[in-house]
Design a protein around this ligand. Structure first.
Ligand SMILES: Nc1ncnc2c1ncn2[C@@H]1O[C@H](COP(=O)(O)OP(=O)(O)O)[C@@H](O)[C@H]1O
Ligand SMILES: [Mg+2]
Length: 237
């Protein structure tokens, strides 16, 4: 864990998050000797999160109780393992997964990026890899000069993976089905925490993602269903 100097809350859009969670900036910027202290892990994590969170969601705050409960469980588990092993840092390595379902514009992606920021604030280390399903398939498409398997392992082995918009493509192909299965199966077998969003409704999932993927998702994930109008259209109106 690298030492991270005091961070400017404005630079990381932290003022509201700190206020909502009742965490002081003094705490976040505390601890000037121990790189493994929770405050340094939090600072380090905010710097890392900033690199994977898109500009639009830079200030996102998760407020879904199910998401907050899931994050709490991941953080608690990380601290338990740290205590058992006498590890210097609490790090998220294993845990349950979360499936956010709901129509377009109901705030799934906002909640997902908010979750990344909240886990950072908890002061546990988590190496997030984030992608949309569409970008994942594009990144893995076999092409000259690219080792698709090495690229695949980057997503497969992420300590926490955000897979946004699974099942959104109009026509699943053999290629996308194979990627979905290999990715979900690996994360299922290894209990790797995965945050998945999808605009499928629960009863569409089986037909769209296939039985093998669906069955694993049901076992590995808590499910949160979002509803309501498309917030994007609301903004435009
Ligand atoms: N809790 C929230 N507070 C403020 N803006 C939000 C919130 N949830 C969603 N939004 C905004 O509403 C729009 C749709 O949210 P998004 O998470 O992208 O939806 P989805 O991923 O479900 O399609 C985005 O512009 C997003 O920034
Ligand atoms: Mg989205």
């Amino acid at each position: 864990m690298q030492w991270t100097p005091a961070i400017n809350p404005k630079r990381f859009h932290l003022e509201q998050l700190l206020a909502v969670r009742g965490v002081s900036l003094d705490w976040l910027n505390s601890g000037d000797t121990d790189p493994y202290c929770a405050a340094n892990v939090a600072r380090f994590s905010f710097v890392a999160a900033d690199k994977v969170i898109p500009f639009h969601y830079r200030g996102a705050i998760a407020d879904s109780p199910e998401i907050l409960a899931w994050l709490q469980e991941l953080a608690d588990q990380a601290r338990e393992v740290q205590a058992e092993r006498g590890a210097p840092v609490a790090a998220v390595n294993h845990g349950r997964s979360l499936l956010l379902l709901g129509p377009t514009g109901t705030g799934k992606t906002h909640q997902a990026y908010g979750a990344i920021r909240d886990l950072a604030l908890a002061g546990v280390a988590a190496r997030w890899v984030v992608t949309t399903a569409a970008d994942l398939y594009a990144a893995l498409r076999p092409r000259h000069g690219i080792d698709s398997e090495a690229e695949f392992r980057r997503y497969r082995d992420a300590s926490v993976l955000l897979l946004d918009d699974l099942g959104a493509e109009r026509k699943p192909t053999e290629f996308t089905e194979e990627i979905n299965f290999r990715l979900i199966n690996w994360r299922y077998e290894n209990h790797l925490p995965t945050l998945i969003t999808s605009n499928l409704v629960p009863k569409e999932i089986g037909a769209r993602l296939g039985d093998r993927v669906t069955s694993r998702l049901i076992e590995m994930c808590e499910r949160v269903v979002f509803s309501g109008p498309d917030r994007r259209r609301g903004e435009a109106a």
